[in-house]
Design a protein. Structure first.
Length: 95
């Protein structure tokens, strides 16, 4: 059975990782989910241009990730909650 990804469409810089438990997309060629990129932008208050420079990504990739996050925030947030539950179950203390 082929991996089905209803929210993948034809992204140039994002890809699914069917072997991973997360449903959100990943940055192609990086061990980084959309949330890792967007979350860093939000925490550090980076502009898309600064994010692209700091991560060595094309600006188009950063904008694509931001667009994906806006359209699929529910998927990304669900993944984040699942990761938090896992970490707490493993004994990590989260602030």
């Amino acid at each position: 059975m082929a991996f089905m990804c209803e929210h993948c469409n034809n992204y140039k810089h994002l890809e699914p990782r069917p072997q991973k438990w997360q449903k959100q997309l990943w940055m192609k060629g990086r061990n980084m989910t959309v949330w890792h990129l967007v979350g860093t932008m939000r925490t550090e208050r980076y502009t898309p241009e600064k994010t692209a420079k700091n991560f060595g990504l094309p600006l188009e990739a950063v904008l694509e990730a931001m667009h994906y996050y806006i359209l699929h925030k529910d998927i990304v947030e669900e993944d984040n909650e699942e990761e938090k539950r896992y970490l707490i179950a493993e004994g990590y203390k989260l602030d």
